[in-house]
Design a binder for this molecule. Structure first.
Ligand code: GDP
Ligand code: ZN
Length: 294
């Protein structure tokens, strides 16, 4: 009998696939290794059920997207947790994450956490203006968690953001069964690597599926390096209406004359900080390419 389901966990060559009739412990067929494809958490797998809660994976559906670190596929939502209270988020990191998510066909959702300490009005203004869903949250008071849960409903999500911003606390607030360790960074060392390596999916009562790791804190540079320079501007949703209006079709939006994006920044239609971070990304992508071709 064949069944279909999502891989929730992978440990030591076993994959745990959640199917309509329960969790099935699977091995992958040898074909996967020959093709150089390893099943990832988040993959939709077709499996042959051999009875007794066991089976083997026959086929994987084409992926919507995939990450290497942490290893997970088919994300629908990336919750980018930022904070205006210490440690205050460097928006370059947040903007890199929104761009990577958008480029990978993932909806970025900004959670301005620690809003009990600082409402982060400037951050809220920037992301609302950029057409990115933006929610003020507090893992302490619970503000915004209902709205956040609503954004995740029926979708596969992961959390990212600089360390200390409250990713673990927010995940635990959403569902205490997650039981992720929180607290100062130095107390978390030692399990950080472990959580980054083993991602497990977790289903919430509203049908949302979340990766149980706050390990998306450092994927930015590696993932960003893989994005072609031309793909960066379209990954900023608020740039899109202006892209066809630039005088030159190959406009880099960095210094060219007659650039409609730069015009929109001057008119206050595009937040200056978003534009500045675009330029920084564009320049570092260029440097990377030159380095690569040496
Ligand atoms: P992570 O590194 O992003 O996973 O951050 P943690 O969840 O470990 O949180 C870091 C610190 O911030 C902990 O001491 C938390 O208690 C605290 N914290 C997390 N969220 C909030 C919040 O919404 N409000 C306040 N006041 N403190 C928070
Ligand atoms: Zn332009």
């Amino acid at each position: 009998m064949t069944e279909k389901g999502i891989i929730f966990k992978g440990i030591g060559g076993f994959y745990y696939v959640n199917t309509p009739s329960g969790t099935v412990e699977c091995r992958a067929r040898g074909r996967f290794r020959r093709d150089g494809i390893s099943p990832l958490v988040g993959d939709i797998a077709e499996l042959e059920y051999t009875g007794d809660g066991k089976g083997f994976i026959l086929e994987l559906e084409p992926r919507k997207n995939e990450f290497v670190r942490p290893p997970v596929a088919n994300l629908d939502v990336l919750v980018i947790v930022i904070s205006a209270a210490p440690p205050v988020t460097d928006l370059f990191l947040a903007d890199t994450m929104t761009a990577v998510a958008t480029h990978k066909n993932i909806e970025p959702v900004i959670a301005i956490n620690k809003c009990d300490l600082d409402p982060g009005d400037m951050f809220f203004d920037i992301y609302s203006k950029s057409g990115i869903r933006c929610i003020r949250t507090s893992a302490v008071t619970g503000e915004g968690t209902e709205e956040l849960l609503d954004a995740l409903k029926g979708r596969i999500a992961a959390f990212s953001g600089n360390s200390g911003v409250g990713k673990s606390s927010l995940l635990n607030r959403i569902d205490p069964r997650l039981g992720i360790k929180t607290g100062p960074l130095n107390e978390k060392i030692g399990r950080g690597r472990h959580t980054t390596r083993h991602v497990e999916l977790f289903e919430l009562p509203n049908g949302a599926i979340v990766a149980d790791t706050p390990g998306f804190s450092s994927f930015d540079t590696t993932e960003m390096d893989l994005i072609d320079r031309k793909s960066i501007a379209p990954a900023f949703p608020e740039f899109r209406p202006f892209l066809p209006l630039c005088r030159f079709r190959a406009c880099s939006h960095v210094k060219d004359l007659g650039c409609a994006v730069r015009g929109a920044v001057e008119e206050g239609k595009i937040p200056k900080s978003r534009y500045d971070n675009y330029v920084r990304m564009w320049k570092s992508a260029a440097e990377y390419k030159e380095w690569e071709h040496k």
